[in-house]
Write a protein that binds this ligand. Structure first.
Ligand SMILES: O=C(NC/C=C/[C@H]1O[C@@H](n2cnc3cncnc32)[C@H](O)[C@@H]1O)c1cc([N+](=O)[O-])cc(O)c1O
Ligand SMILES: [Mg+2]
Length: 214
């Protein structure tokens, strides 16, 4: 049977990265995507901005929307303090299966809870299912038309506190115009755009960092 790109990405990790070494897993995926097959990971350039935001917040509770192959899951989880938790939502079972193996190869299973399902279904269940009060950081990287409805849902479900940070990928390419319009005009957020490039290309893209004011 024909392999899929996520399967070939996992093979590259298992071939080129060292078990238990998250940095080598990140490097193996970036090398694969830069030299073999492009894939929609946040990538190394925007990944450095993601790293700096995670390190600055030092979050205890992180939510990632859209795991895909687990690249940003590994990038974030490798920086988390002990006992911190990253919950990542992925509704495609094939992608979830690959991501679980990438996360395991990095040795980060203890810090990551991968939940198979749709963000719209799971956001309302975060408190009861995982004992979450609020998230310190949310990384949005799923379907771009879901950023706004899911942000409103997180507000309604009381998952954001004064100081919670939303970090959104792809606000330029492919673009999330309705989300940007909302978050930049809302008095409840302080937003800042981090200009960068679409992963592994010279096309402009960037991350929008928004702090919830409560
Ligand atoms: O389309 C992009 N990302 C969408 C990512 C989607 C991923 O999140 C999951 N998902 C979606 N809604 C979900 C709801 N709930 C759970 N998982 C969900 C999908 O199963 C997929 O694994 C994208 C595209 C480009 N690009 O250059 O074209 C570049 C990027 O960096 C991108 O992130
Ligand atoms: Mg993205």
């Amino acid at each position: 049977t024909q392999s899929t790109r996520p399967q070939r990405l996992l093979n590259a990790v298992q071939k080129n990265a060292t078990r238990g070494d998250p940095r080598s897993v990140v490097k193996a995926i970036d090398d694969f995507c830069r030299h073999k097959e492009w894939a929609m990971n946040v990538g190394d350039e925007k990944g450095c901005i993601l790293d700096s935001v995670v390190s600055e917040i030092n979050p205890a509770a992180v939510l990632e929307l859209g795991t895909y192959c687990g690249y940003s899951t590994v990038r974030i989880a490798r920086l988390l303090p002990p006992h911190a938790k990253l919950i990542t939502l992925e509704f495609n079972p094939d992608f979830a299966a690959i991501a679980r193996q990438v996360i395991a190869w990095a040795g980060l299973e203890e810090k990551v809870q991968l939940v198979e399902g749709a963000s719209g279904d799971w956001i309302p269940k975060m408190k009861e299912q995982f004992g979450i009060t609020t998230f310190d950081l949310v990384f949005l990287d799923h379907w771009k038309d879901r950023y706004l409805p899911d942000t409103k849902l997180m507000e309604e479900c009381g998952l954001l506190r004064k100081g919670s940070v939303l970090l959104a990928d792809n606000v330029i390419c492919p673009g999330t115009p309705d989300y940007l319009e909302y978050i930049r005009s809302s008095p409840r957020y302080e937003s800042r755009y981090f200009k960068s490039h679409l992963e592994y290309t010279k096309v402009e893209d960037g991350l929008e960092k928004s702090v919830f004011k409560g």
